[in-house]
Design a protein around this ligand. Structure first.
Ligand SMILES: [Zn+2]
Length: 500
């Protein structure tokens, strides 16, 4: 339908009036600065979000793992609050992800073995003779007719675990026990199924010592009957990233910041990463008091804890033109560890030797500037790419961030700088049920939220020092979305290397 001229003019003036009203409501004449944004960051407001996240976890038995009611409630909560401001275009980026979790038990000849499992193994329960595979089971010919209907005992090594199990499956094995080729226990992944070599079976894995002893008995002619029980939950789970972009600001120069909104199944994740989630949310709720020169985009990633799935999905689905518009990415994962430190990701690589794309050095310096002005000693965290900034590095986007450490151990030097106890973890409740409200260092939560505010406000004003060079054909590490599936047992891939 074509509008008449007078109607069009009328709409234009209405739009202008609305814009003026918005301008006064949001202070659009008032460009954001580090100082002004920081001033609006209040600890009780951040903690209000933390308490909400804890409530969400109670919807699903104390967890906010992706795909649970608890996590969905967190995503909804964030989106609702942001929508209410009217300042953002918000989006739930929803997609399915195949989730596998499982445990196995194995006993034989009256002995209960310490048993782990391998991702993608099938569910099942079998009691049958335990039969040795020849060699390491990497060839179909390594499995004779005696395997049929029985439990195959296979040594690790020479080829991937999935190939061994598939060959055993083709030979008719009812189950597979994998044993380590070195001392100690292990767990791994079989890789996605189906595969051409054959079907998977229920799987358990045992230590090198146990496996060698068992194999020696069987080779010596002893008949051994074993019981393998594999409990497995494997399903597609739908889950969402929450993405919010300021309506104002230059949309060709986007300053992006993210935290992950999911926890591990074991706990509510109020520090990991409820701290980054709450801090960024509060920043996103205060930013509407100001005008921005460059657009700011916030992201709350789903399924970080099973392999950076949400952030990988996001970067994998950026067109080259969309990628080009993202000037940089800032990551905030675990910013309130109770025995933590103030670590900045090593963007220039001068501490750990691995740098990010050009501009990552500038981001590191921007955080350093903040800690210097706040008179807080900072440490450095290795730029390994093993949190949600990793997929951005792969996409050639400059990145950085701060964290307070996870399961790493605090040094004497760090305790002297930051207090806390040397010799114990930065977060003793890391990935555990006790990662609740009382697990937060509220001072660190406030300090790091302000650090995030400093960086966001700085770059929302100017991107000087951040080059926009992308080399799409050269990536630093592989991040193919479907190339791997990481079971819950593998846990969160936080940076463990922190240095002072
Ligand atoms: Zn985390």
């Amino acid at each position: 339908m074509k509008l008449s001229l007078s109607v069009a003019l009328c709409l234009t003036s209405l739009a202008l009036a609305q814009e003026e009203a918005d301008a006064s409501r949001w202070g659009w004449n008032n460009y954001v600065s580090s100082k002004s944004l920081q001033k609006n960051i209040k600890l009780p407001n951040i903690l209000r979000h933390s308490h909400k996240l804890l409530e969400h976890s109670k919807l699903s038995n104390g967890t906010r793992a992706f795909g649970t009611k608890g996590h969905n409630a967190t995503a909804r909560y964030i989106k609702q609050l942001l929508d209410r401001t009217g300042y953002y275009n918000t989006e739930l980026q929803s997609f399915p992800f195949f989730a596998w979790s499982g445990t196995s038990k194995f006993s034989a000849d009256g002995k209960e073995y310490e048993t782990r499992t391998a991702t993608y193994g099938k569910a099942g329960e079998v009691t049958a003779p335990v039969v040795l595979a020849y060699a390491t089971g990497c060839l179909a010919a390594n499995f004779g007719p005696a395997i049929k209907g029985n439990i195959a005992l296979i040594k690790r090594g020479d080829c991937d675990l999935g190939l061994k199990v598939a060959h055993a499956g083709t030979a008719g094995a009812a189950g597979v026990i994998l044993y380590n080729n070195v001392p100690g226990s292990f767990s791994g992944t079989l890789g996605a199924s189906p595969r051409p070599e054959g079907p998977y079976t229920p799987v358990g894995s045992i230590s090198g010592e146990d496996g060698d002893a068992l194999a020696a008995s069987i080779a010596g002619g002893k008949a051994i009957v074993g019981t393998l029980i594999a409990n497995v939950v494997a399903e597609d789970r739908w889950s969402s990233n929450v993405i919010a972009t300021t309506k104002r600001g230059d949309q060709r120069n986007i300053v992006m910041a993210g935290a992950h909104s999911d926890s591990v199944p074991a706990g509510p994740g109020i520090n990991d990463d409820g701290s980054g989630t709450a801090g960024l949310l509060e920043l996103a709720l205060q930013l509407p008091k100001f005008q921005v020169r460059n657009a700011v985009r916030f992201a709350w990633w789903t399924a970080e804890e099973v392999g950076l799935v949400g952030s990988r999905y996001y970067t994998a689905h950026l067109t080259p033109a969309q990628n080009q518009k993202i000037a940089l990415y800032l990551n905030f994962d675990m910013i309130a560890s109770p025995n933590g430190g103030f670590f900045i990701l090593d963007g220039d690589g001068d501490t750990f030797g691995t740098s990010g794309p050009a501009g990552s050095d500038h981001i590191e310096q921007t955080f350093k500037d903040y800690f210097t002005s706040a008179k807080i000693q900072n440490g450095t965290a290795a730029f390994t790419g093993r949190s949600d900034y990793g997929p951005f590095l792969d996409a050639g986007i400059p990145a950085g961030g701060v964290n307070t450490g996870a399961e790493g151990i605090k040094t004497e030097q760090q305790a002297a700088w930051w207090g806390g106890k040397a010799g114990i973890a930065y977060d003793p409740c890391y990935h555990q049920a006790c990662d609740g409200i009382e697990n937060l260092d509220t001072n660190a939560l406030l300090v790091n939220t302000k650090a995030a505010g400093h960086a966001i406000a700085t770059y929302a004003n100017t991107l000087r020092g951040i080059p926009r060079t992308r080399n799409q054909t050269v990536t630093r590490r592989s991040s193919s979305l479907h190339s791997e599936l990481i079971g819950f047992d593998d846990g969160c891939k936080h940076d463990e290397d922190v240095k002072v």
